[in-house]
Ligand binder design. Structure first.
Ligand code: 3VV
Length: 178
C-alpha cells in the first residue's frame, strides 16, 4: 500500500489529468478518507512510518533511502528524490533535503544501541543542486560525543558533486523527557 501511495503521489505531482478524472479521483479519495477514519488509532498503534524493513520506514512522503553500510558510528546509502519532491527546475526542494537529513541523523544517533536523542540543531549548507529522479549518495558519521551531545556530519552527493552537507546536534533525552 505504501509503495502504491508513493507511486500515486508521483503521478499526481507529475501529471495533468482531465477535468473528469480529477473530479472522480477527488470523490474516490473522499470515500477512502471516510473508510480510514473508522480505522483511526493512537500513535502507539499506528503502522505508518514504523516499518524499518520497508523503504522509507514505511512512509510514503519520505525520500526512500536504501542503506548500503551501517556500523556503530557511520552509515552510507543511496536515495532518489522522486517527482513528488520537486522544488523547481528538476531540483529537489530544500525542505526535502532537511527532512532527509533529520531522519538520517535520527538513524545515525541511535546506532549501536545508543539511548534516545532528539535533534538540537540541524545546520545545512546547500552547495549544489540536488537533481530529482537520479540516484544520490548519502553518508553520515560521528564527529564527536560530549556527554549528552552527539555531533554528527552528513553529506548528500551526486557523483563527485557535493550537493548538501550538515552538522547536526543530537541531545540524549533526560529521564522523563519525550
Ligand atoms: C526521535 C527518536 C526516535 C528514536 C528511534 C530509534 C530508532 C531509530 C530509527 C530511525 C530513526 C528515525 C528517528 C527520526 C528522528 C527525528 C528526530 C527529530 O526530528 S526530533 C524533532 C526535532 N527536535 C526537537 O523537537 C527538539 C526540541 N528541543 C528539545 O527538546 C530540547 O531543546 C533538547 C532535548 C534538544 C535539549 O534540551 P535539554 O533541556 O534536554 O538540554 P539542554 O541542557 O538545553 O542542552 C544539553 C546540551 O546541548 C546543548 N544544546 C541544546 N540545544 C542546542 C542548540 N540548538 N545549539 C547548540 N547547543 C545546544 C546545550 O547547550 C547543552 O550543552 P552543554 O551540556 O551545556 O555543553
Amino acid at each position: 500500500m505504501i509503495a502504491s501511495l508513493r507511486a500515486f503521489l508521483n503521478r499526481i505531482a507529475g501529471g495533468r489529468p482531465e477535468e473528469h478524472d480529477i473530479t472522480a479521483l477527488g470523490a474516490d479519495l473522499d470515500r477512502w478518507s471516510t473508510t480510514l477514519a473508522e480505522a483511526a488509532v493512537e500513535e502507539t498503534e499506528q503502522v505508518y512510518g514504523r516499518r524499518p524493513d520497508l523503504l522509507g520506514r514505511g512512509q510514503a512522503t519520505w525520500p526512500a533511502v536504501r542503506f548500503t553500510h551501517l556500523d556503530d558510528n557511520s552509515l552510507e546509502g543511496v536515495v532518489t528524490f522522486d517527482r513528488y519532491f520537486l522544488g523547481r527546475h528538476g531540483v529537489a526542494h530544500g525542505g526535502a533535503i532537511a527532512f532527509l537529513f533529520d531522519e538520517i541523523a535520527g538513524r545515525l544517533a541511535h546506532l549501536g544501541g545508543r539511548p534516545m536523542a532528539r535533534t538540537g540543531y540541524l545546520r545545512i549548507d546547500f552547495r549544489a543542486i540536488a537533481p530529482i529522479e537520479v540516484e544520490l549518495r548519502i553518508s553520515g558519521r560521528y564527529l564527536r560525543e560530549e556527554g549528552r551531545k552527539r555531533i554528527l556530519r552528513l553529506e548528500l552527493a551526486h557523483g563527485d558533486t557535493l550537493c548538501a552537507e550538515a552538522e547536526v546536534l543530537m541531545v540524549t533525552l533526560k529521564p522523563g523527557q519525550r
